[in-house]
Design a protein around this ligand. Structure first.
Ligand SMILES: Cc1cc2nc3c(=O)[nH]c(=O)nc-3n(C[C@H](O)[C@H](O)[C@H](O)COP(=O)(O)O)c2cc1C
Length: 329
């Protein structure tokens, strides 16, 4: 399939794997890129810029297709050395960067000068327009249903995507709630140029995470996510668990006096314990409502081929038959 996003990124299918903390290692990024999508290594999962350089090198040994690096600018317990991470991204020959969180303007010129295409992930039309105005090449528009940080506007993709299409000139991908060929065709119909998936890619054979994480996603329904840190204006959609219920209890108890330090036990250092060790009660980890649409653990290649086959079938058979019936009526 050819869209503005496949053309911009030099990929075969309009499917991107969003950066995911302690999931977006070289194994997953290479599997997605080898299957014709765009795989993305999560920069800050690598504790130092030198480790990121090594991860980029490892990924290059697993694929000769384009892949990207995610750089997330979110409130953290300590600020990472972003200029150093950017240096190794440029020196590692990366040509696509996914930014997320804060506005990436401070680093944009340096990235663009190195010939890097920047896709900024945003959760609102105004942030998407801002990204376009500062020179981002594309945006990834994340609806309220997404796993991770949906922002504070709570606009779901059925409204957010067509609104983005009304005003944006640069290409954009639909993110949040995307799982299959139906999602892809719907996203294209709403004006997007492709899709970005997070949660769906975790439940694949290639995701280098503990099997218990994949099993939890398959077992979850669309009712099983919770929104945490709303009071801190740092909302995150996570999978429910006893630990998350405890966190929500603390939020209710503290009310307006809540600070990030109150949640330290449930949010700090949780990802390696969950994703690598499979300690499912270690704390809060991001998961999208799309878990309700995830029923199996295919390889990335099977998943992407299935999405593309289903999308072609929907467009060429289901929708095209409906359209023929209308025109012959
Ligand atoms: C476990 C997990 C970790 C994530 N970590 C990050 C991250 O570090 N940086 C980032 O920009 N997005 C992160 N995301 C968001 C994804 O890149 C993507 O935007 C989101 O998952 C899309 O929604 P979906 O899960 O419904 O597909 C994460 C998502 C999940 C599920």
């Amino acid at each position: 399939m050819k869209t503005r996003i496949t053309e911009l990124l030099g990929i075969e299918h309009p499917i991107i794997q969003g950066g995911m903390h302690f999931v977006g290692f070289a194994e997953l990024a290479a599997a997605v890129s080898n299957a014709g999508g765009l795989g993305i290594i999560t920069g800050l999962t690598q504790k130092t810029p030198a480790l990121l350089a090594r991860e980029i090198q490892r990924c290059r040994e697993m694929t000769n297709k384009p892949f990207g690096v995610n750089l997330t600018f979110l409130p953290m317990f300590s600020e990472p050395p972003y200029p150093e991470y950017i240096r190794v991204i440029i020196e590692g020959g990366i040509k696509i960067v996914e930014t997320a969180g804060r506005n990436p303007q401070a680093y944009l010129l340096q990235l663009k000068d190195a010939g890097i295409k920047v896709i900024h992930k945003c959760t609102s039309v105004r942030f998407a327009l801002k990204a376009e105005s500062i020179g981002c090449d594309a945006v990834s528009v994340d609806g309220f249903e997404c796993g991770g940080h949906p922002g504070e506007d709570d606009v779901p993709n059925f409204i957010l995507l067509p609104r983005a299409a009304e005003v944006l000139k640069i290409p954009f991908v639909a993110s949040g709630g995307m799982a299959d060929g139906r999602s892809l065709v719907a996203a294209l119909a709403l004006g997007a140029d492709g899709i970005n998936m997070g949660t769906r890619f975790i439940a694949t054979a290639d995701a280098p995470v503990h099997d218990r994480v994949k099993e939890a996603i398959v077992a979850a329904t669309e009712l099983d996510t919770r929104l945490i840190m709303r009071g801190l204006r740092n909302t995150e959609r996570v999978l429910k668990s006893a630990s998350v219920e405890r966190l929500l209890e603390i939020e209710r108890e503290k009310g307006l006096a809540l600070t990030i330090a109150d949640l330290h036990e449930q949010v700090a250092g949780v990802y390696p314990r969950v994703m690598i060790n499979g300690e499912m009660e270690a704390g809060a980890w991001s998961c999208g409502m799309v878990a309700g649409l995830i029923h199996d653990v295919p390889t990335v290649k099977e998943l992407i081929n299935r999405i593309m086959a289903e999308a072609e079938q929907l467009i060429n058979v289901r929708l095209s038959n409906m359209s023929r019936q209308v025109s012959s009526a």
